[in-house]
Design a binder for this molecule. Structure first.
Ligand SMILES: Nc1ncnc2c1ncn2[C@@H]1O[C@H](COP(=O)(O)OP(=O)(O)OP(=O)(O)O)[C@@H](O)[C@H]1O
Length: 643
């Protein structure tokens, strides 16, 4: 993805048919096409990308976290504000509690020997050949949400919102309060109503304005408050027992409490209060710290990187070669394709996309993604994964299998090994890579590796045989978008032909379930997989994840008549730049783009009547407000059936 400039992309043709040729920079007309996204080429240097200032980035990725069924929106970022944010060399870390951590890890390790399943709510499903982790999405989301509130703080939020109760699974309720220097919440309020009352503290930690319930202020004043709101102090069994213990403990959820002793942790900007109604009894007896995890100790006090490791079920990063060895013989690794961030390699039946993270070095001219951003993308992918058909259809009111399956995520560190470099160079020789040679990475480079199902070839490079295949492709994409739209307000927002993968198989039908209705699509032996959710918006149920596309004005300045850039501009009109809101119409815009591509850019066997039908379908699309609406179009009547 690159920033658009009129000189790197041919601007002249107003015709869609011309526009795509502009994707090749003028000095590379002889080079093979190696990618599919003109956004990637906008500011390219003459041969390879060197370092351009790409303003579109995940730096616009934001999230809105729910409270009481409403949005709690993070403070809107100022445009361009991310630049300042990312000038920091060292990623911001929370309080370094490595000593405490080492201690608890020792305990964890001991318990793991004896206990199974693990305490982190993950289970492992043994597939035929490999182990794939089955993630507990709700638990990860809850942990992520708390950590986000916790680390970012919520002092800018209105109190009315702060005091709302966020529903959590398994009978838990959570309230979020702001905790600034010298301000803390009244424990009585937490116990009684799971809401906050703010009380001021003197610099010595005593309450300025004691609450009317002495025991509670007594508890509060037993904590020494340091400047900037760092809790430290001891929690005795008695004090804990004196209160609705679950509330008290989790109010100070950053505290690591064991045998009645709390190690200090940093409560920056937010205090999280939780009431674990069904577990209160346990705390009266003050059991082990591990009884409290993962919700009170694991997650909210961890950095994004630590959480990422947790989601990947890793204690530390692994080597790149280790992950590849799990799936294939390393001599068989082949590079499949590349994006601005990712290098995708085939490893056995999987595609492993390697994305460098958290480093200071510009890669392919880009600022590397940060763990926090990757974590949100991981959440997005897991949410889409959860749409894949379950064995029991009745449990899944909305399901489809057209979003690429994410099999696992891994955090890796180190140099590319020789087989990966060989595969990279082979691909470069054939396709003239736009990316930096992987030897640029330093020895301590971190990566996230997405292990995905191999989706086949992208639409740009796939040869469609006939009109039936083209129609099947359209309806499969439309059905997938409809399902995700209904299920999680999903909008892809970047569904260009490089992000649609195709592969042939023997399947005659593809199934999906929309609002409980099971349906099938004529597949004509074609399986469609949608990839790359970088610009996507989703409502996970816990939060809305979206990218602020307006933080990249260049995205909307692409050449006139280029259908892809026209689509970004139309999205901007449709959304009115409220990127956090749900506008299913954006899915329709990408379906119009796709119909245009199939009409003007792809060649396959078709009659004049087919062409007429496709064009009138494209016109009718204009009248639909969502992918779900579009499914009712007569163009698909004979392709769709109840299953
Ligand atoms: N699951 C997959 N199966 C086969 N090929 C894949 C898969 N995922 C990615 N690829 C290949 O790798 C390329 C880059 O992947 P992708 O678009 O996800 O990377 P990216 O860095 O996120 O891209 P962008 O530049 O759009 O941000 C794709 O165009 C495709 O050729």
């Amino acid at each position: 993805m690159e920033a658009a400039t009129s000189d790197s992309v041919r601007p002249s043709g107003d015709e869609v048919a011309d526009a795509d040729e502009g994707r090749k920079p003028p000095d590379q007309t002889e080079a093979k096409s190696n990618g599919s996204n003109p956004r990637r080429r906008r500011n390219r240097g003459p041969l390879k990308r060197t370092s351009w200032n790409r303003s579109l980035s995940l730096r616009g990725r934001e999230s809105i976290i729910f409270a009481g069924g409403q949005y709690l929106k993070a403070k809107p970022k100022q445009r361009g504000g991310w630049k300042k944010l990312y000038q920091k060399k060292v990623p911001e870390k929370l309080y370094d509690f490595s000593k405490e951590k080492a201690y608890f890890e020792e305990v964890d390790a001991f318990e793991l020997l004896e206990e199974s399943p693990t305490p982190n709510k993950f289970s492992w499903k043994i597939d035929k050949d490999y182990e794939f982790p089955e993630h507990d999405l709700a638990a990860i989301l809850a942990r992520w949400r708390r950590s986000k509130l916790f680390s970012k703080g919520c002092s800018g939020w209105p109190l009315s919102k702060i005091m709302e109760t966020i529903p959590l699974p398994s009978g838990r309720t959570t309230s979020v309060g702001s905790f600034n220097c010298g301000i803390a919440c009244s424990l009585s309020q937490i116990r009684e109503t799971t809401a906050f009352e703010l009380s001021e503290f003197n610099s010595n930690g005593s309450l300025k304005k004691p609450t009317d319930e002495p025991p509670h202020s007594e508890v509060a004043s037993n904590f020494a408050f340091e400047e900037r709101g760092i809790f430290s102090g001891n929690v005795s069994k008695n004090l804990i027992g004196d209160f609705s213990a679950g509330s008290v403990l989790s109010t100070f959820s950053a505290l690591r409490i064991r045998d009645g002793v709390a190690a200090s942790d940093k409560c920056e900007g937010a205090v999280l209060a939780e009431s674990y109604e069904d577990e209160v009894g346990e705390f009266g007896g003050m059991k082990d710290i591990d009884d409290l995890s993962p919700w009170s100790c694991e997650g909210e006090s961890l950095t994004a990187f630590e959480q990422l490791l947790m989601v990947c079920r890793q204690k530390a990063p692994m080597n790149l070669s280790e992950i590849f060895l799990k799936y294939c013989d390393s001599s068989s690794i082949k590079k499949l394709g590349e994006g601005t961030y990712g290098e995708a390699f085939r490893a056995g039946a999987t595609a492993c996309k390697i994305v460098p993270i958290d480093g200071d070095l510009l890669i392919n001219g880009e600022i590397q993604k940060k763990s926090e951003e990757v974590l949100e993308e991981v959440l997005l992918s897991l949410t889409l994964n959860s749409l894949r058909e379950q064995h029991d259809y009745s449990e899944n009111l909305n399901s489809c299998s057209n979003f690429i399956e994410t099999k696992e995520f891994r955090v890796c560190q180190g140099l590319y090994d020789k087989n990966l470099i060989r595969a990279w160079e082979e691909w470069d020789a054939d396709n003239n890579s736009e990316n930096d040679h992987p030897c640029v990475f330093p020895e301590d480079q971190l990566y996230i590796v997405y292990v995905l199902a191999d989706g086949g070839k992208d639409l740009e490079n796939f040869v469609l045989l006939n009109f039936n295949e083209a129609r099947s492709l359209l309806v499969q994409v439309m059905a997938a978008l409809a399902v995700a739209e209904v299920s999680c307000e999903f909008e892809h927002r970047d569904l260009h032909w490089g992000n649609i993968l195709l592969r042939r198989n023997e399947d005659k039908l593809v199934h999906f379930t929309l609002e409980g209705k099971r349906m099938s699509v004529n597949a004509f032996g074609l399986t469609v997989s949608i990839i790359d959710f970088t610009l996507s918006r989703i409502n996970t149920g816990e939060a809305v994840l979206f990218l602020n596309l307006s933080s990249d004005p260049e995205l909307f300045k692409g050449p006139k008549g280029n259908i892809q850039f026209e689509t970004y501009r139309r999205m901007k009109e449709v959304t009115g730049e409220c990127w956090e809101e749900s506008f299913p119409k954006t899915n329709v815009l990408w379906l119009m783009y796709l119909a245009d591509i199939l009409d003007k850019k792809k060649t396959y066997e078709r009659t004049t009547k087919d062409e007429r039908n496709l064009r009138s379908f494209k016109r009718r699309l204009n009248n639909y407000e969502s992918a779900k609406d579009s499914l009712s179009d007569p163009f698909f009547t004979e392709f769709l059936a109840d299953a």
